[in-house]
Design a protein around this ligand. Structure first.
Ligand code: GSF
Length: 203
């Protein structure tokens, strides 16, 4: 399998962490989707990473589809429960973490995308997206409470998704002091960073 992605993307990191936790082999193909000569559209018509290209050449996206597929590929370290209620809970954690990243990406693009002139940037839009990031992180802290992991008593896709979102927010928006505000999230993140899957994929 070939994973097309970039080292800074939190969605790509989620897939890489899952690959490592599941002990799956893959080739990592770095692609800058923002460069004028990117070839990403030949694999993903949406022009986004991560994109997983299978042995036969078929491509799979997006990160939620890829990680769900990877979890079925090996019995090692199940990350998504089978039972429907528990499964939906984990997928909701993933949606929350992805939603924080989505809002953060929109905020960052509005503030920095080179093809948008200064006068075209909307402060109201940036405030709206920042509000989602901040509210999403608050919901993570509330949902985690004093539990050791987000769902159940073992590592799951919930923790991986939250860890990738928090790591990326820390990387791109250091002024959002979630560590200072939420000791439980800081503790979880520090624990995740002890795992090679996280330590080796830090943006
Ligand atoms: C989001 C992927 C995405 O926005 C997923 O895979 O979970 N829901 C999708 N990827 C960004 C890179 S990044 O911001 O991490 C991307 O490829 N953007 C290119 C574009 O043209 O929007």
């Amino acid at each position: 399998m070939k994973l097309i992605g970039s080292a800074a993307s939190p969605y790509v990191r989620k897939v890489r962490v899952v690959m490592a936790e599941k002990r799956l082999d893959y080739q990592f193909a770095i692609e800058d989707v923002w460069s004028a000569d990117t070839a990403i559209a030949s694999s993903n018509p949406l022009g986004k990473v991560p994109c997983l290209v299978m042995e036969g050449g078929e491509a799979m996206f997006d990160s939620r589809v890829i990680v769900e597929y990877l979890d079925t590929m090996s019995p090692v370290g199940k990350l998504i429960p089978q039972q429907s209620r528990e499964r939906a809970e984990v997928k909701t954690w993933e949606a929350l973490a992805d939603g924080v990243m989505d809002a953060g990406v929109l905020l960052r693009l509005e503030a920095t995308w080179a093809h948008r002139a200064e006068g075209e940037r909307s402060q109201a839009w940036m405030d709206r997206q920042r509000g989602k990031v901040v509210a999403g992180i608050a919901a993570m802290a509330k949902g985690l409470g004093d539990k050791p992991f987000c769902s159940g008593i073992h590592l799951s896709l919930s923790d991986i998704s939250v860890g990738c979102a928090l790591g990326w927010i820390e990387f791109r928006f250091p002024e959002i002091d979630w560590r200072g505000q939420y000791a439980n999230l800081a503790k979880l993140q520090d624990k995740l960073m002890l795992r090679p899957s996280f330590a080796e994929t830090k943006p």
